[in-house]
Design a protein around this ligand. Structure first.
Ligand SMILES: *Cc1c(COP(=O)(O)O)cnc(C)c1O
Length: 352
């Protein structure tokens, strides 16, 4: 039971289906399920429980790893690296495997926790995190047995133009040859879906587990993904307005004819994107209606002219009928930002 009007319903069966799709796509690769940022807003612990058949989990921050360790025996990898002796101690205490992406932190870890299991990240072209080829070559000579694997990240795997992905693959393969015994990991969801040669020993799917295809291009597998989050709210007011009146802050939307406006209890403080344009679809009672007027903190307004929409009706902001990718396109953002932006005041409700 919840009093909240605006809720995020999370489908556990959709999560499990999406993990099955990853398995279908990657065959023998192991699966490092990405649970960072509270499982992209879906709830880290509940998601981890639903996806227990993953081989390991990845989070961005050490605090996320510590919370996850309380319910999980699988390897947990900290993707964004760690800084300082307290962080190294926490990794040891909670059995977390950090990703090391520069030589200084490698030396620091060897000095403070010589037995800690870790991964090495190389920079294959994104230039965000990762050892240079020369730095990795140095460590490859040592062949430290505590290193669990080699990873790098693709910057353009979802793009139609595959030039950058080819270049990254080529560099990654060349570096791997310096230390061929190391298990390798390169693919994010777009790599899983579109680039089989990026699968290697471990794949790292995130967004596709939450039901979204990060690419415009569809594949047999992407068509089988199911939206996990259903972000819904209720109609709290109905207003009939004459032609020429405008709606919301600064009158961005103006009625060209007599119109009926439904006001819904969801705004940017709930995580509905403030930059959503007029026309962004909202699903109410089996039909799609256009957003009309700027998004407020707690409310949005929708043009329901000619419909029987009434106070108390449920509206889907994204989920089964309106893809989060569609809303993201209307708001010049991506589904990742929508999911992680669903705020704390929105209760997550778990269902099969
Ligand atoms: C977030 C992240 C992923 C998952 O990316 P998706 O596009 O959500 O599949 C994989 N690897 C790293 C290093 C990440 O930070």
């Amino acid at each position: 039971m919840t009093l909240a009007l605006c809720t995020a319903t999370i489908s556990l069966s959709a999560l499990r289906n999406n993990l099955q799709q990853v398995k279908k796509c990657t065959g023998n690769s192991q699966i490092l399920t990405v649970l960072k940022a509270n499982a992209y807003g879906h709830g880290m612990l509940e998601t981890a429980n639903a996806l227990q058949t993953s081989d390991a989990f990845a989070v961005a921050r050490i605090e996320e790893g510590i919370s996850l360790r309380a319910i999980c025996d699988k390897p947990i990898i900290i993707l964004s690296g760690i800084i300082g002796v307290d962080a190294v101690k926490a990794c040891v205490a909670h059995n977390l495997q950090p990703v090391i992406h520069n030589l200084d932190s490698w030396h620091f870890i060897k000095q403070h926790a010589a037995n800690l299991a870790y991964w090495l990240k190389v920079d294959s072209g994104m230039h965000r995190l990762g050892l240079s080829a020369e730095e990795f070559a140095q460590l490859a000579q040592e062949k430290d047995t505590h290193c669990q694997g080699l990873l790098s990240h693709l910057s353009d795997a979802e793009c139609e133009d595959t030039t950058q992905t080819q270049l990254q693959l080529q560099r990654f393969n060349a570096l791997h040859q310096l230390w061929p015994e190391l298990p390798c990991s390169l693919a994010n969801s777009a790599g899983v879906l579109l680039h089989p040669s990026s699968h290697f020993d471990w794949v790292r799917p995130g967004i596709m587990l939450y039901g979204m295809n990060p690419a415009k291009q569809e594949t047999a597998i992407s068509k089988n993904l199911q939206a996990v989050m259903r972000f819904t709210t209720k109609v709290v007011a109905i207003h009939d307005i004459p032609a020429g009146e405008s709606v919301g802050y600064n009158g961005r939307w103006q009625a060209s004819k007599a119109s009926r406006i439904a006001t819904l209890a969801a705004g940017y403080a709930d995580g509905y994107p403030r930059h959503a344009k007029d026309g962004t679809p909202v699903w109410i009672n089996g039909a799609s209606y256009p957003l009309a007027g700027k998004v407020s903190m707690d409310l949005i307004t929708v043009d329901v002219t000619g419909s029987a929409v009434k106070i108390g009706d449920e509206a889907e902001l994204w989920g089964e009928h309106i893809s989060a990718n569609t809303v993201a396109d209307y708001a010049d953002t991506i589904s990742y930002a929508l999911f992680t932006g669903v705020s704390q005041r929105v209760p997550r409700i778990y269902c099969e």
